[in-house]
Design a binder for this molecule. Structure first.
Ligand SMILES: *Cc1c(COP(=O)(O)O)cnc(C)c1O
Length: 390
């Protein structure tokens, strides 16, 4: 019999119950043990045929990937450490030095930085286009274009991309369409149905839904694209942690209920704002006056929980507003239970003057709200009181 120290290390007898756990267990292990070198070598290259090391694949993570592939209508998925991990794994997997990426102009800041700083340092060319204009997308394609990249609902203007039209341009050109579906979530839109080849998410937002985990996921309509992104993901080390994957699995179970309530609360908030004398303009795709309302009706199954608005009082009013709300908290991120407010001109974009802000499509008095799941009456009271102060 082995001695005490050895037994303390190797003595755990893992139960292998024949009953299946109702909730997915957390496989909190960095590595897996094999009896046979052949199987070990095979599993290293085939993530779906065995587990070797959790940077490559892990059973809890695989459960999340299977669920997300199903919900998005894809054939495969890769979970990652963050939304940026998913976006980097996909785009750096598709483009090499000399290749070109065509991206939507109103882009999430991290994606813009990945494209203009990291990808460009690797010799990848990038250019930007208006994703609501399929003709402009078509004209901006180059022979070296390796992906078209758009966001279903782009922040802070809540512009909805014409996915069927852009999907058709991508299909004709034989270039994969990559869609960031973070703000819509698969409950409101499944871009693969409209011609996307890859869907990426910051799972930190609506998928997790509880502001307690950072994670990402990429879903693929094609196994070859998945394998490429998976290989890039493990080479750059963007792998998901099993505990984070478990939190996401738990969050996704209530995604439909949460999205219904986010949307209902956002409708109440957008309606109240639209009637308020201190508000110049409201950006919510559910409003008939929103520039992409007609596209939203075709592409979305609901208008989502993100609302922006321009305060007539400009920069000073925006700043007073975000400091005056009591229910809504001043914080980065979106998609959680809690209502969050942001004022780009006095926080994330404070270095920009009025001209530079306008070029980025952001007004000096623009406030962005991630409408949470609180009682609508409390949110509306909070909003109205903060508008008095602004
Ligand atoms: C937050 C966000 C990201 C980045 O996700 P992380 O999980 O923070 O890495 C990407 N796209 C959109 C639209 C986002 O809101």
């Amino acid at each position: 019999m082995a001695r005490f120290g050895t037994r303390a290390i190797h003595g755990v007898k893992l139960p292998a119950p024949s009953e299946r756990p109702l909730s997915a267990p957390i496989w909190q292990t960095s590595t897996f043990a094999f009896d046979d070198a052949e199987r070990f070598a095979h599993a290293l290259a085939q993530p779906r045929e065995g587990y070797v090391y959790s940077r490559y694949e892990n059973p809890t993570t695989a459960a999340l990937e299977g669920l997300m592939a199903d919900l998005e209508g894809g054939v495969e998925a890769t979970a990652t450490a963050s939304g940026m991990g998913a976006i980097a794994s996909v785009l750096l997997g598709l483009a090499s030095a000399g290749d070109h990426l065509l991206l939507q102009r109103d882009l999430y800041g991290g994606t813009f930085s990945l494209a203009t700083v990291v990808a460009s340092r690797l010799g990848v060319d990038t250019s930007f286009v208006d994703a609501t204009d399929p003709i402009a997308v078509k004209e901006a394609l180059r022979p070296s274009t390796r992906a078209i990249y758009v966001e279903t609902i782009a922040n802070p203007t809540m512009t909805v991309a014409d996915l069927p039209a852009v999907g058709e341009v991508a299909r004709e050109a034989g270039v994969p369409l990559v869609v960031d579906n973070t703000v819509a979530s698969p409950y409101l839109c499944r871009p693969i149905e409209h011609g996307a080849s890859v869907v990426v998410h910051s799972a930190t937002k609506y998928l997790g839904g509880h502001s307690d985990v950072v994670g990402g996921v990429a879903v693929f309509a094609d196994k070859g694209l998945h394998h490429r992104a998976w290989k890039t993901m493990l080479d750059i080390g963007a792998s998901a942690d099993p505990f984070a994957a478990w939190l996401l699995l738990r969050g996704i179970k209530t995604l439909p209920l949460r999205m219904e309530r986010h949307t209902a609360n956002a409708a109440a908030v957008a309606g109240t704002l639209a009637d308020h004398p201190k508000v110049e303009r409201v950006y919510w795709p559910g409003l008939t006056g929103h520039p992409t309302h007609e596209v939203a009706k075709r592409v979305l199954d609901g208008y989502g929980g993100m609302v922006s608005f321009d305060l007539r009082g400009g920069r000073a009013a925006g700043r007073r507003f975000i400091e005056a709300t009591r229910v809504a908290k001043l914080a980065a991120s979106l998609g959680g239970l809690e209502t969050l407010v942001a004022h780009p001109a006095s926080t994330t974009h404070r270095q920009l003057d009025a001209g530079a802000l306008a070029a980025a499509g952001i007004g000096e008095g623009m406030v962005r709200m991630s409408v949470g799941l609180e009682d609508a009456a409390d949110l509306l009271e909070d909003l109205t009181a903060a508008l008095e102060v602004a």
